[in-house]
Design a protein around this ligand. Structure first.
Ligand code: SAM
Ligand code: DTB
Ligand code: SF4
Length: 346
């Protein structure tokens, strides 16, 4: 697949946002069809492997330790490997092709690395693609995860450089960019997206898409989250009192992302639970071709699997199969995982 970025100015991106919706959808759908089967979607399942008490202060997040007195979220220890694998088996059986594991960390600590390496090997041995989102990574950590076979690393820019200080104060936009560089340099596919509806302006959404087009390669996967306003978080409370952004603006953001990053997977992520069938169908029309499947995201709800199965059947969408991987080496033993019996029971 050709990942040549489409270079656009901020004015070009702004003009796309200004198009009448039908013209924008038409353009996004025709770009989409040049690169993808328009009736096929990539399906991932998410699991929180370490929940809550995060030292970062992201203003939208239920898992930040800074908001825990107000959100009441109960923190949990790192999940045992056998339990993670049980969930991965369940995801595979339900038709997901990728298993995404998220941890509420600023960054993984050295003692977490063998745990993460083992998880990657065990999940890949089930025939699933692997994705992790663990906070910031040092170059050696990215290389260790790459050597273990990690397929994707999720690390969102979340918004524009300008609005970032309104979102998080415990890290900078450049910290975020640096981890993306380490992930890219290690040869792991980049998954990096945004949250729409946090009180940012359209210019912030334009600037975020511009940042994507300026990367050496656009991310292979781009989640466009719609803020799930969580009571007790600063940005959740702001949106709950001032009102939510129009869903149509989120759909416009998906369409412009599709046009500017034509070969990337664009993912419907957080926020789908509150959407109607029609709104989701418009989002697919706008060029989204990936979504999270399963009743739960990390700490919040998602559309039920039964509802997603029904909607996919109604829309005539089919699930993409995982890309077969030739050889998977267990970094601990040096053996190919396909030759080893899985040590964990379901
Ligand atoms: N701690 C890691 C990090 O921040 O990179 C990984 C987990 S974090 C929860 C993953 C992403 O979920 C965030 O970057 C953000 O885009 C999204 N997210 C978290 N809470 C959300 C919310 N309430 N609504 C929408 N998206 C949210
Ligand atoms: C992403 O961009 N969205 C997912 C995934 N990457 C890790 C997370 C959504 C989290 C929604 C809020 C929650 O469930 O806590
Ligand atoms: Fe921590 Fe990630 Fe939540 Fe920020 S988004 S508070 S880094 S878990």
């Amino acid at each position: 697949m050709n990942f040549t970025p489409v270079r656009r100015t901020k004015n070009d991106i702004s003009a796309l946002f200004d198009l009448p919706l039908m013209d924008l959808l038409m353009q996004a759908q025709s770009v989409h069809r040049q690169h993808f089967n328009a009736n096929e979607v990539q399906i991932s399942t998410l699991l929180s492997i370490k929940t809550g008490n995060c030292p970062e202060d992201c203003g939208y997040c239920s898992q930040s330790g800074h908001h825990r007195d107000k959100t009441g979220l109960v923190a949990e220890k790192r999940m045992e490997i056998a339990k993670v694998i049980k969930e991965a088996r369940r995801a595979k059986a339900s038709g997901s092709s990728r298993f995404c594991m998220g941890a509420a960390w600023k960054h993984p600590s050295p003692k977490d690395m063998p745990y993460l390496v083992e998880l990657i090997g065990e999940v890949k041995a089930l025939g699933l693609e692997t994705c992790m989102t663990l906070g910031m990574l040092q170059p050696e950590q990215a290389q260790t995860l790459a050597a273990a076979g990690l397929d994707y690393y999720n690390h969102n820019l979340d918004t524009s450089r300008n609005y970032y200080s309104q979102v998080t104060s415990t890290r900078s936009y450049d910290d975020r960019m640096q981890t993306l560089e380490h992930v890219r340099d290690a040869g792991i596919n980049v998954c990096s997206g945004s949250i729409v509806g946090m009180g940012e302006s359209r210019d912030d959404r334009i600037d975020w898409i511009f940042e994507l087009t300026q990367m050496p390669l656009p991310p292979q996967s781009i989640p466009v989250n719609l803020l799930v306003p969580i009571k007790g978080t600063p940005l959740g409370d702001k949106v709950l009192s001032e009102g939510k952004l129009s869903v149509i603006e989120w759909i416009r953001t998906i369409a412009v992302t599709r046009i500017c990053c034509p070969t990337s997977y664009v993912r419907l992520s957080a926020g789908r639970e509150s959407l109607t069938d029609g709104e989701q169908a418009l989002a697919f029309m706008a060029g989204a071709n990936s979504f999270f499947y399963g009743d739960k995201l990390l700490t919040t709800g998602n559309q039920s699997q039964a509802n997603d199965d029904r909607l996919m059947a109604e829309l005539g969408l089919t699930a993409q199969k995982p890309t077969p991987k030739p050889k998977i080496i267990n970094a601990m033993t040096g053996n190919d995982y396909r030759d080893e019996p899985c040590s964990l029971s379901a």
